[in-house]
Design a protein around this ligand. Structure first.
Ligand code: NAP
Length: 354
């Protein structure tokens, strides 16, 4: 890229919030530039590849407008063949997370959104134009910025978990679940929310048994999801239980887990398993902001006005999971993405930049 670029609107992030913001901004003639993130092993491991968390899920059943139906032909016609060929073939009757994200990206492109496949390392929001520093080097000047960098999966922080990452320990069932090492073998999923149940249900297609390990005595997941876990004969739920250690060796990778009761810490149990999947919530991707925007106690960007996407810096807006620790749905992220583009457009117009 050139040493410096001057932009009206830069959108950082490429999940439902980023693409919805881009589509609205492009249709408003703001010529948005999206930094969609870089395709690197580091981003793969931390769950921050382009297209966000939805690209790491399987079926999406609750995104309005995508009722069950055969989307295969529609995908073939809506996406350029170069990107379509890189995707898994369409199976089933609904839309998958990766399919939905590709469609959102393409919709933004169709209206003139420009995309750079790179990470933003740091920003300077202390003066206008704002300065944005991509990892490839150079600097981008922007009149207005929308931050939509989402959140990424949490890890327990056990040394054994770190040791066996990529060798049986994963935080993404959809990315890794179909690997031969897990086929017809018992595996463990840790967590009790919708993600844990979704991962367990998905993994039950491949594994012989899925042990769902939850630290409390009831699931946090929504009723319909929890019922699915209870009804699946391949899922065995271990309540009041915590993962204390991942067991294994360098030749085989993960071979088991040591569980400890959360109510009676002296009670331990060992399970023989081939894999461990973590589904214990998320942390917002705000590190690169380095104090430039006000954050909440949980490090989410603080929305400063009621029902608006304004941040603590005038001209910088936030959308999606990076600012939302409450709803955290693809559709609510897309909704705030739309709001952020409208807020940006009005702000640019009032400030005389557009
Ligand atoms: P979540 O709802 O925050 O659940 C995280 C789970 O991990 C909780 O059960 C929590 O236990 C457990 N946990 C957290 N830290 C832990 C630790 N250190 N050790 C052991 N367990 C730990 O997160 P999520 O499941 O990722 O869901 C996030 C949002 O996305 C939710 O709003 C959810 O509805 C949504 N979502 C929706 C769908 C869907 O509709 N299909 C699918 C996935 C996610 P406690 O219960 O004890 O706190």
């Amino acid at each position: 890229m050139p040493d410096s670029m001057k932009e009206t609107l830069v959108i950082i992030g490429s999940g439902p919030a980023g693409w919805s913001a881009a589509t609205y901004a492009a249709r408003a003639q703001l010529k948005p530039l999206v930094y969609e993130g870089a395709i690197t092993e580091k981003n793969r491991m931390s769950g921050t590849l382009p297209l966000g968390q939805l690209a790491l899920t399987s079926e999406v059943e609750n995104y309005a407008g995508f009722a069950h139906g055969d989307l295969g032909a529609f995908l073939d016609s809506a996406l350029p063949s170069t990107r379509r060929e890189m995707m898994a073939p369409h199976v089933g009757e609904g839309v998958t997370g990766p399919e939905l994200m590709e469609l959102m990206r393409q919709q933004a492109v169709n209206f003139g959104t420009r995309i750079i496949t790179d990470d933003i390392l740091k920003v300077d929001f202390s003066k206008r134009p704002f300065l944005i520093y991509p990892s490839e080097g150079g600097v981008v000047e922007a009149d207005c910025v929308i931050v939509a960098t989402g959140a990424s999966a949490n890890w327990l922080g056990l040394p054994s978990e770190e040791h066996f990452k990529n060798r049986g320990v994963s935080a993404c069932a959809v990315c890794d679940g179909a690997l031969p090492r897990f086929r017809n073998r018992p595996i463990v999923v840790v967590g009790g929310g919708d993600s844990a149940v979704e991962e367990a249900t998905y993994l039950a297609k491949f594994a012989s048994t899925v042990h769902l390990i939850h630290r409390r005595e009831s699931l946090r997941a929504s009723k319909i999801m929890a019922q699915r876990a209870h009804d699946d004969p391949k899922i065995k739920i271990h309540f009041n239980s915590g993962l204390a250690e991942v067991l294994g060796d360098d030749a085989k990778g993960v071979t088991g887990v040591r569980l400890v009761s959360t109510t009676t810490p002296t009670q331990e149990e060992t399970l023989e398993v081939a894999g461990v999947f973590l589904a214990i919530g998320h942390t917002p991707n705000t590190d690169f902001l380095d104090g430039q925007l006000a954050l909440t106690g949980k490090k989410y960007i603080e929305w400063k006005k009621h029902f608006r996407t304004d941040t603590s810096v005038e001209g910088v807006f936030a959308a999606g999971d990076v600012a939302d620790d409450y709803y955290r749905q693809a559709i609510s992220a897309a909704g705030t993405g739309c709001m952020s583009a409208l807020d940006a457009e009005r702000w640019l117009s009032h400030s005389g930049s557009h």
